[in-house]
Design a binder for this molecule. Structure first.
Ligand SMILES: *Cc1c(COP(=O)(O)O)cnc(C)c1O
Length: 392
C-alpha cells in the first residue's frame, strides 16, 4: 500500500459526516513541512507551538488567557478543580449533554444536580437552574449543545445572585457568540474540546480552558503540569494534562478558517431547514445570527419508531445519519447513584429517543444536501428503498 495515498475511512458512505481532507487545503506546502519541523525539533509537549496557539485563541475570542490541556474532558476537570469545587459542593448542570460534562463533576467528588432542557432550544432550562440552586450550589455548568449558545448573561446573573461560579462547556460551539459576544470569555472558565469530530479539531485529543482571570489561569497552568511551578517543585496536587505541539500547530492553522467553516455550516443548516419544511419533523431553534455554529444538525421526529426507521433508511442509502446521546445522562448506569428515574427530565428523554443528526460539515455540497433531503422526503413518502449508492 502506498503510505502517501489519501485515505478517507468514511468513504463507504455517499454522504459521510466527516471529510478531513477538506480541513487541510495546504497539506503538502504548509502543513506537512511544519509537522516535519516539529517532529525533528523534539519540542512535543507545551513549548512555543502551544504558546502560539494559546495567544491566537485568546486573540480570536478576545479573552485574557487560554490554557491548553489534553482534552475537553480535562478542561472541565481542571476548571472545576482550579475553581475549588469538590466534595460537598453542588454543581447544577443539564441532563441533555455528552457524558463528560457530568463525569467531570463526579470525578471531583462534587454532586451534580441535573435539570431539564428547553423544548425548542434543547438547551439548559434557566428557570429550572434558578429553582435548583441551594446554599450548597458552588457552580453552574452550562453546555452550548450542538453548537447553539446558551444565554450566558442571564445565567451569569443567576450565578451572581447565588454566589456560584459559572463554567461553560464550549466543546461543541467553537466560535459561537451570544448577543454578539464570544462564548467562553465572560464566565469563570470556558472549557473547549479539540477532539477530531469538533468544529475546531486537533489530530487526536486536545482541549483548552479560557478565562479572563489571571489567578485562575495561573492555577490551571500549575494543575496541567503536575502542579509544578519549577522543575521538581510541586506546589499542589496536579495532573498530567498538556496540549501537544503537533496539535497546537494544526489548531493555529485551522483557527484562521474557523469562522468561514462555521458560516458554511450555518448555510447547510439553513438549506436543510428550508428543504425539509413541510415534512413531519422539526428543528432546534437557531437563535439570533451568530448563536449557532452547528456542530450537529438535529432533526426532531415525532416518535422513536420514526426516528429509528429514518436513521436505518438514511444509512441504507449511504447517508451517515446518526443518533447522539440516545440515553440521557440521568439514565446511564454510570450515574445510577444519583437515583434519578425515567420521567425525571421529560424533554431530555423525548429528545434522546426522537432526535437524529443529519451529516453537517463545511464542505457539504449542493448535491449532497439534495441527496440527503430527497432521502428524508422519500422516507416520509413511503419509499423505503435503498436507492442511490448504499453503504458498501
Ligand atoms: C466532546 C465533548 C466533551 C469532551 O471533550 P473530549 O475532548 O472528547 O474529552 C465535553 N462536553 C461536550 C458537550 C462534548 O461534546
Amino acid at each position: 500500500m502506498d503510505p502517501t495515498a489519501p485515505t478517507t475511512p468514511s468513504s463507504a458512505y455517499r454522504v459521510p459526516k466527516y471529510n478531513y481532507a477538506d480541513q487541510f487545503p495546504d497539506l503538502d506546502t504548509v502543513t506537512l513541512p511544519a509537522l516535519r519541523r516539529i517532529l525533528l525539533s523534539g519540542a512535543y509537549v507545551l513549548g512555543p507551538e502551544v504558546e502560539r496557539f494559546e495567544r491566537a485563541f485568546s486573540d480570536y475570542l478576545d479573552v485574557g488567557h487560554t490554557v491548553g490541556v489534553n482534552s475537553g474532558t480535562d478542561a472541565l476537570v481542571l476548571a472545576l478543580d482550579a475553581l475549588g469545587i469538590g466534595p460537598g459542593d453542588e454543581v447544577v448542570t443539564v441532563a441533555n449533554s455528552f457524558h463528560a460534562t457530568v463525569q467531570a463533576i463526579v470525578r471531583l467528588g462534587a454532586t451534580p444536580v441535573l435539570v431539564d432542557c428547553g423544548e425548542r432550544d434543547f438547551l439548559i432550562d434557566l428557570d429550572q437552574v434558578a429553582a435548583a440552586m441551594t446554599a450548597r450550589t458552588k457552580a453552574v455548568v452550562v453546555v452550548h449543545l450542538f453548537g447553539r449558545s446558551v444565554d450566558v448573561p442571564a445565567v451569569a446573573e443567576l450565578c451572581r445572585g447565588a454566589g456560584a461560579v459559572l463554567i461553560e462547556d464550549c466543546a461543541q460551539a467553537a466560535g459561537a457568540r451570544f448577543a454578539g459576544v464570544r462564548i467562553g470569555t465572560t464566565s469563570a472558565a470556558g472549557c473547549w474540546s479539540f477532539a477530531p469530530a469538533k468544529n475546531l479539531a486537533a489530530a487526536g485529543d486536545g482541549g483548552a480552558v479560557t478565562t479572563a482571570d489571571t489567578d485562575t489561569a495561573a492555577r490551571l497552568r500549575l494543575l496541567r503540569h503536575f502542579g509544578q511551578s519549577r522543575q521538581n517543585h510541586h506546589e499542589l496536587l496536579g495532573y498530567n494534562s498538556r496540549l501537544d505541539a503537533l496539535h497546537a500547530f494544526l489548531l493555529t492553522e485551522k483557527l484562521t478558517r474557523l469562522d468561514r467553516w462555521n458560516e458554511a455550516r450555518v448555510a447547510v443548516a439553513a438549506a436543510y431547514r428550508e428543504r425539509l419544511a413541510g415534512l413531519p419533523v422539526s428543528f432546534q431553534e437557531p437563535g439570533a445570527p451568530g448563536e449557532h455554529v452547528y456542530h450537529l444538525f438535529q432533526l426532531l421526529t415525532e416518535s422513536q419508531r420514526v426516528r429509528d426507521g429514518l436513521v436505518d433508511h438514511l444509512q441504507s442509502r449511504g447517508v451517515d445519519a446518526v443518533v447522539r446521546y440516545p440515553v440521557p445522562l440521568h439514565l446511564q448506569p454510570a450515574f445510577a447513584s444519583l437515583g434519578l428515574r425515567a420521567g425525571a427530565f421529560p424533554v431530555a428523554e423525548a429528545l434522546a429517543v426522537r432526535n437524529l443528526c443529519l451529516p453537517i460539515r463545511p464542505d457539504l455540497g449542493a448535491d449532497d444536501i439534495d441527496f440527503v433531503c430527497e432521502s428524508v422526503a422519500a422516507y416520509f413518502a413511503g419509499d423505503r428503498s435503498a436507492s442511490g449508492a448504499g453503504k458498501e
